[in-house]
Ligand binder design. Structure first.
Ligand code: ADP
Length: 258
């Protein structure tokens, strides 16, 4: 009986070891899939602006003397390269976030002050687009990377202004609720369908909604926001209705003074 017990123990250990190995193999496989998916999406996204630039350069070579065509093709080249630049910048920011070699800074950051700056930066664009942008602030201190938190606020405020038609409003608030700090960005813009809400934080996701498509973008902003928020042990939620508006709410653990 003792021997059987011993054998059983060895068998259980072997089974556990096998299961661990199986789990590692599965994780590696998932990582591999994620990498190929990302590579496929990146090449796909880079392809259309590259093709546009190439086609227009060819047009310029073929008809060098036509001033109207010249102007048209040059502006298409400029738009294409701008888009490529935005994509590359976004990708660089995106990949840096996942790099464990990049030590994450942790400092006391007042989210209200960060938000105030982001709102000030977006003020001119908002005015130009006829959107009323306001900020209600209450001190909201967290432990985090000031540059990354700045990116979170800037992306959310930028989007709110971008996807709100003339005459609309964007309200940004920061506040402390118990052990949490909350940043909320509300707009009276075009809104997001329920179907799209589920895919909003996936890299390169852009709505196929006509109103959203009118605005240039890469679909990387919200995936960057999501990564940063999660790296700060926080979460992001969205409430939205088409044609009514959207509210993005970021919740982060508040810095608790001992
Ligand atoms: P981008 O704005 O560059 O396309 P984002 O990742 O920031 O990329 O946003 C992804 C998509 O989510 C946008 O293309 C748009 O369809 C939708 N979206 C984001 N914010 C808003 C908003 N405030 N109102 C309506 N739609 C939004």
């Amino acid at each position: 009986v003792q021997e059987m017990g011993h054998d059983l123990g060895t068998m259980i250990e072997t089974a556990q070891e096998l299961r661990r190995e199986h789990r590692v193999a599965r994780d590696l496989q998932e990582l591999d899939h994620a990498r190929s998916r990302l590579t496929a999406t990146v090449s796909h996204e880079l392809k259309s602006p590259l093709m546009a630039v190439r086609a227009n350069v060819e047009l310029l070579e073929e008809a060098p003397g036509d001033p109207e065509l010249h102007e048209h093709a040059l502006s298409a080249v400029a738009r294409g390269t701008e888009r490529l630049q935005r994509l590359v910048d976004g990708l660089r920011r995106f990949s840096r976030l996942g790099d464990p070699r990049e030590a994450r800074v942790r400092r006391l950051v007042d989210l209200a002050a960060v938000t105030e700056q982001a709102v000030a930066l977006s003020a001119a664009t908002a005015t130009h687009r006829g959107v009323a942008l306001s900020h209600h602030r209450a001190a909201a201190v967290v432990l985090g990377d000031p540059d990354e938190l700045d990116q979170v606020v800037l992306n959310l405020v930028d989007n709110a202004v971008k996807y709100t038609p003339r005459g609309g409003q964007v309200l940004v608030t920061t506040a402390r609720h118990g052990h949490d700090v909350e940043l909320s960005v509300s707009d009276t813009g075009i809104g997001i369908s329920e179907e799209d809400q589920a895919r909003l934080f996936t890299e390169f996701f852009r709505s196929t909604d006509n109103a959203a498509r009118l605005e240039p973008g890469t679909g990387l902003g919200l995936s960057i926001v999501d990564r940063i928020v999660r790296a700060h042990d926080g979460r992001i939620d969205v409430e939205s209705a088409l044609g009514v508006g959207s509210t993005f709410r970021v919740t982060l653990p508040a810095f608790e003074d001992a």
